[in-house]
Structures are given as structure tokens and as C-alpha cells.
Design a binder for this molecule. Sequence first.
Ligand code: GUN
Length: 313
Amino acid sequence: MSTTIIDGKHIAEEVLADAAKDVARLKQERGVTPGLAAVLVGEDPASEVYVRNKTRSCEQAGLFAQTLRMPATTTQGKVLEMVQRLNRDPRFHGILVQLPLPRHISEAVVIAAIAPEKDVDGQTAVSLGRLAAGDPVFVPATPAGIVELLLRSGIDPEGKHVVICGRSTLVAKPLALLLVRKAKGANATVTICHTRTRNLASITRQADILVAAIGQPRAITADMVKDGAVVIDVGINRISDTTAKSGTRLVGDVDFNAVREKASAITPVPGGVGPMTVAMVVSNTVLAARRFAEGGTGQDRPRTTLDIVPPVA
Ligand code: GUN
């Protein structure tokens, strides 16, 4: 079977080019430069890379971006003070607290402190609740990036069975909410699998679109995939590799070389979902700045059922 390798890097460049045009317009028409504050607590090497990629891409698209670094020993109170300061700082339209946080800090408490109108990571109760209600304000970057990847690759989830392996609030749950919406580019049948799912392979083999967001290297093997399925790999795992110069390399949650033989389309790692996550953070920040410039916060619309995304015919 001829398999399409979905080029996330290229599609992310397209999203960033669109964002750059929007930034130029905002600057010219409103005198507003969109700004992103990334809070990085501790020295987790993977988080360092994510935050560097996000701030670099912001700068590439013409945004203002700053990383606020705090040592791993910082108290929860100090992190909350930082978030509250950023909530008030007019230079920043988006705030992103990179996860995971050190164990002594409650992620839930810190996320709850982010002003919903600056929640470009879509992790506050307001963002998640509005998404669940079918009226999203900010969609978390990775699920938004996956939907964008599918649609820009000509893959419409409508009527398809999407099986998501993973139940995180950052990726799996919001992706399920996005894909079941009664809306164009959604309308999928969604199954969520997790560590307690019985006979996982019998479910993953039913997937027209299989999303792996497990966090385990090469956990999805060829026998778990239906012929012709679309496979989206969210995993970023560093494994040791004596043939690599650095002694390590990145692999996804999918056994790429074996699964590509069965899939009709598959995302590689690196170069698949990762660049899309970065691009969608940029895109969400530009959206936040546009709402700010136009005087709306995204929270001030009527909150009735009439406000829910209208169904498509
Ligand atoms: N850690 C891994 N992915 C993400 C993400 O998309 N956002 C945040 N805040 N932390 C992460």
C-alpha cells in the first residue's frame, strides 16, 4: 500500500505563515503586537526544548515572546504570584505554564490562576468547559494541531471511527470533545482507550483514525492497526540508541517502520504532531491578541444554548 507520510513540519509552516499575516495586520491596523509569556519551572530538558520551540516560532511569526524561568525549588505561592503578574501585564495576550510542574506544585491550582482570556493552552476550567459545551474559546494546542493536520491533509473525520489511546486533559479528552462536535471537520465516532482498557488491540483495530497519546515508546504495533487506517502519533519519547551520535533519539508511541506498511497515512516523530502543537500555540496567541484589540475577551458573549456552534446541515 502506498502510505502518505503526513509532513507536520510543512503544514505547521503554513499555519505559521497565516499567523504571521494576521500579526502584520494587527500591528498595522490596531498597533498591537501579540505577546506570549511562557512560564518554565525547573530544568526538565524536554520542557526546555518545547518552550524554546514555542518562543522561537512566535518570534518567527512576528510576535513578542518571553520565557519566565523559575528554579525547581520555587514555591507554589511564587509561581501563582508570577501568573497573577502576567495576567495584569498588557504586553502578554497569552500565558502558557509548561507542564509538568515540580511535584510540590499543584498544576490544577496554577492553571486555575491563569486569566481565561489569556489561556492559550486551553487548560483552564473555562476553556475546557466551553469546549465541552460545543462553544470553544481556546482549544488546547495539540488537539487543535491534530485536527488541523487531518483537515489540511484532506482527511475528514466525519463518520469515521477515531480511537484515541490516552486520557490526558492536555491531549486526549479535548481531542475527543473536538471530534464529536456536530460541526464541519468533526462529526466523528470517538472511543477513548486507557491503561485499564480490556483487549486494547481489538479496539484499536476498529479505528479508521488511530491516535496514540500514551507516552510509551512504540507501544502501538502493526498487529493493532487496521489496513488503510490513518495513524497519528502524539508521543515524544527519548530512547537510548548507540548508533546515534548523542547516544539517544526520539521515537513516538507508534512502531513507525512496521505500522507504516499498513497505514494509509501516518505522522512521523519528529516532524509530525510536535510542530503543529507549537504552531497552534502561536495561532491561539494571535487569536487572544485579536480579541483584546477588538475589545472582546471571549467571555462576554451570551452564555445560552443559542450560543453553541450551529449544527451543519
Ligand atoms: N507539556 C507537554 N505538552 C504541553 C503543552 O502542550 N502545554 C503545556 N503547557 N505543557 C506541555
